[in-house]
Design a protein around this ligand. Sequence first.
Ligand code: OXC
Length: 316
Amino acid sequence: MVDLSTSIAGVTLPNLLLNASGVNCRYENELQQLLDSSAGSLVTKSATLSSRDGNPEPRYAPLAGQIGSINSMGLPNQGYEYYLEYAKKFDYNNAAGKPLFISLAGMSLPDNKAMCEAFRDANLPCVLEINFSCPNLPGKPQLGYDMEAMEAALQVLAPIIGKPFGIKLPPYFDIAHFDQAAAIFNKFDNIAYVTCINSVGNGLAIDWESETALIKPKDGFGGLGGLMVLQTSLANVNAFYRRLNNGKQVIGCGGVTSGKEAFLHILAGASAVQIGTQLQEEGTGVFERVSKELEEIMVAKGYTNVEEFRGKVKTL
Ligand SMILES: O=C1NC(=O)NC(C(=O)O)N1
């Protein structure tokens, strides 16, 4: 028997697999589906101050050959108070022992400040994941790519949040950016983890027969996810695993379609693993399948728990 449990930001997950924020997590019924699945936890759709319809449809499409997906959802969500109410009535002592993560993506620093203050005042056991990386808001650059602005935001938000929290990061592609971003995060004791990665921003998927972009928003430009971003995701997971100190952890997200990619994320340093595109395409049964596949890999390799190989990717 192998143990897939983990702990993140001081909370225990009976299974290290959970959804990527944004997939199957906007509405309470979807969140219940995640709770009823084999996932070890759940994270809500990134919330803004007010509810949003998001971008015009079609705004999500799988890519041919199951290599991934493109999306430009535009942060459609019920508004942060919906998720605050959900967090207030969430059963933190549920039989399955599943903790709750809440994703926040304020459209401005004052918005993020107001939402973080509301969650602070509610004093709930849920863990906040601040999304600095939505690539799909027309005219709004990702905070994760503006190091000064990201640090300034953290100087405001970290003290308000007070307790351990996480940050959802965009993919970085330059070693200097890994260095700069990690140096910023290491300044804040209550940054407990980073989630790497959000979608690879502003790809363009075109159907060759119709000669048309697959999605409507932003002339077809959207965030790329799925198997095609696996290697970028593994690099970001490992880069921050190597650079973050004082027990800060990494949640891996990107390209997990089977136990094999989940295993690779753990090998790269991930303490938990989020599934997005494959959850969107397969449904919540993906958690049982990937768990079983991961367990089979661990048994075959003689591992009994993930700490035995987490972060132990070998180099030549
Ligand atoms: O942070 C996000 N990442 C994405 O890839 N899409 C969603 C969105 O567009 O709402 N948000």
